[in-house]
Design a protein around this ligand. Sequence first.
Ligand code: SIN
Length: 287
Amino acid sequence: MPRVDYTTFDLHPMTMTLGAEIHGVDLGLEVAEDQFNEIRRAFTEFSVIFFRDQHLTPDQHIAFASRWGEINVNRFFKAIDSHPVIAEVRKEPDQETNIGGSWHTDHSYDQVPATGSILYARQVPEIGGDTQFASMYAAYDGLSDGLKRMLEPLRATHSSRHAFGRTAYRIQQYSDDVGDRLGNPDAATQDADHPVVIQHPLSGRKALYVNPGFTIRFSGWSDEESRPLLEYLYRQATKPEYTCRFHWQKNSLALWDNRATWHQALNDYPGQRRLMHRITIEGVPLE
Ligand code: SIN
């Protein structure tokens, strides 16, 4: 059973594997050290934590994010005009494409992938627009010992080229629909190799570290050789019992661990607007 012995707030686990809602914290205030330490423990134990009814200015959002480390400015997302370190995740009523609409983990294409992301809901659809999360600890733990042994020494290559580079914009309809929400395709040149099984820097637990959004192959294998095994791992990782789903309200905030989870934003709210502000936190090299 997940531990819920927190003293500075109430914590409600969402599933046995990941996700917890935290009640009784005001992130707009300077969070006291003992409370912050407990939030960090909850983040480590539950991989994604959620807060509701937070009334944050962009500066307060930045102040909370800065408690976790340096801010990593995403080079592809449009930033909000007043604060270049806050990325906008937006979909207008007349747009079809949502950002982050398939399973991925943020920034795995970077040499040093981001620790996590802090997503704050400024405007949400009346119905729909939830985000799903999947636990990469559960995905790893659920593999057979034989497959675990085979994966341990492997590395995989991650890339942003197909997602944010010039090729992504080849289809005119996609390019028109995305509009100014994404850009800078010439920055999508750097690929990264990471272990397929990482030891999580905070928990010490093993986690599967490949994802459908950005992993392109096992290092030293061809794409064709890699595909069947990657697809097996992707099916394994999204077993419903390894996932949780968050229903946003205006002023909800989520903080997820990019090393221990995947996420996807559901695109099920045609004709409605959804506006989120995201800040991503720098990470450490993965081993
Ligand atoms: C993202 O992939 O960072 C966006 C997730 C969301 O909008 O729910």
